[in-house]
Design a protein around this ligand. Structure first.
Ligand code: NI
Length: 226
């Protein structure tokens, strides 16, 4: 499932993010790339222990914790601390796969990258190129979202970022370990939850809604690892 989650950050949060990123130290993005990705990764990142990365990461995590679409679609058990990247003209990240297990720096924690997320921080009018292109069995999907919007996609996908040809593209990127490992199972639960929410909105305490909610939770009991 590839899902666009609009408005993850507010206008004020975006302004704060861009102010912090404007004053941050940028380093070569290859420092966190695996052996295959490092050959095709040409961008800039903020060091993971930089104060701006920590402050902004907390802001992004706080926004995710309050986002019902994210919680329903990802069923998160762990989120890797958000990182921040920048593509200037000519910079790109060729086709690669994200490492399956990420070690959270300076902690004993590991995150299985069931889902990948990109949170766009620059309005699309400010740059050309820089599309995130995700491959799945239906072909390729080109993604370029508004500032503050986020794309959630299976960590198992091959993907790339096309070269930026004008302006600068800023984004946050991170991974999620889900309580429900299989993408198809998560998609089913998301569909069911969305339908139940819609039904609950048009009926008053309908017995069918209660029964469907029971089915939803029983599927979670069957499939979730916590
Ligand atoms: Ni990637």
């Amino acid at each position: 499932m590839i899902l666009n989650i609009p408005g993850v950050l507010t206008t004020e949060q975006l302004a704060q993010a861009r102010r912090l990123l404007g004053g941050a130290a940028w380093i070569d993005g290859s420092v966190t790339a695996g052996y295959q990705a490092v050959k095709v990764k040409h961008n800039l990142q903020i060091p993971e222990d930089h104060p701006a990365a920590r402050e902004l990461g907390a802001l992004v995590l706080g926004a995710l914790e309050r986002n019902p679409v994210f919680l329903s679609a990802a069923l998160p058990v762990k989120v890797y601390p958000p990182m921040f990247n920048r593509y200037d003209p000519g910079q790109t990240f060729g086709t690669h796969v994200d490492t399956a297990i990420r070690y959270v720096p300076e902690t004993p924690h590991r995150v299985r990258t069931d889902l990948s997320a990109t949170l766009f921080l620059t309005p699309p009018a400010e740059y050309d190129g820089g599309e995130l292109v995700i491959e799945d069995t239906y072909g390729t999907h080109s993604v370029k979202l508004g500032a503050g919007d986020m794309i959630l996609y299976p960590g198992s996908s091959l993907h790339q970022v096309l070269p930026v040809t004008r302006g600068t593209r800023l984004a946050s990127f991170f991974w999620i370990q889900s309580m429900v490992r299989a993408d198809a199972d998560r998609a089913l639960l998301y569909e069911l939850d969305t339908a139940i929410q819609q039904l609950a909105g048009v009926t008053q305490n309908d017995a069918s809604v209660v029964r469907l909610t029971n089915v939803y939770h029983n599927l979670i009991r069957r499939w979730a690892e916590v």
